[in-house]
Design a protein around this ligand. Sequence first.
Ligand SMILES: NC(=O)c1ccc[n+]([C@@H]2O[C@H](COP(=O)([O-])OP(=O)(O)OC[C@H]3O[C@@H](n4cnc5c(N)ncnc54)[C@H](OP(=O)(O)O)[C@@H]3O)[C@@H](O)[C@H]2O)c1
Length: 271
Amino acid sequence: MGGRWETDTSQDDKEIRAIRYALENGITHLDTAESYGDGHAEELIATATQGIDRSRLFIVSKVSGNHQKYDDLLRSCEASLKRLKTDYLDLYLLHRFPDTGTNIHDTMRAMDRLVEEGMVRHIGVCNMTVNRYTEAQKHTANTLVCNQLHFSLDCREITDKGILQYCQENDIFVTAWGPLSKGVLKKAKILHDMAQKYGKTAYQVALNWLIMQPYVITIPKTSTPEHLDENLGALGWELSQDDWQKLAEEFPNQRLISDRVSLDYEADIKP
Ligand SMILES: NC(=O)c1ccc[n+]([C@@H]2O[C@H](COP(=O)([O-])OP(=O)(O)OC[C@H]3O[C@@H](n4cnc5c(N)ncnc54)[C@H](OP(=O)(O)O)[C@@H]3O)[C@@H](O)[C@H]2O)c1
């Protein structure tokens, strides 16, 4: 929403309506980043949430990898708060591991300062391998509560590389991004068969498969009210364990490396 990396205001009315519709229908978790639409996604959230009791919302934003030097990170957070017209974030995430040349210790010191000053309630990361996650955790006095990662029926990197298991064993939430593979998952016959069996839609099954797993939550993006209604239908029921397993094993064309964000295992193992 609000453009990809550059601001696009052409869909503002539709996108503000979509966020309001989501809020009216019980959504409370709003995921954004300073980079989305070059900050415009945050402005859309500010407009859409005007007049809503702030304590009912869970607002998440992210600092880009090239803004993670100590002072830059503090400035980024202040700018996000200003665009969001709020005085705190519920969760602030490193969008990437800091760019080369930025010391993770300084990055985490800045994150700690934001928590101390009440600008951020919780901190976490995105797209981090277990090694990078534990490295980031070493440098903060706070607990990293979340790792936001590419995870869907067709993208299994985090199970293949042990990241999900590590999070589940260490009380860390995984927020699955890209859960619908941008709306293309339903080409798979197995998903249609399963949907028919449960009287659900393919996407409802795909989302249910994700959130049945301990510690997994998900953030499907939609600007279309009908899609929101459909996605909400992923809640309130469960696949059987056997069907969950069948989908886990038999979903076709599974990728073990994200085609969208590299987790950079090469950098990971350097001392
Ligand atoms: N941390 C990171 O590095 C990272 C990276 C990527 C994304 N994210 C976050 O994760 C969110 C979701 O990821 P994503 O947008 O890449 O993928 P996604 O949620 O899997 O897919 C979104 C796309 O699917 C469509 N869609 C949604 N519900 C649908 C439905 N029921 N039927 C048909 N199409 C449907 C949407 O179109 P409509 O709008 O028309 O419904 C949109 O084009 C992002 O918005 C972002 O907040 C984080």
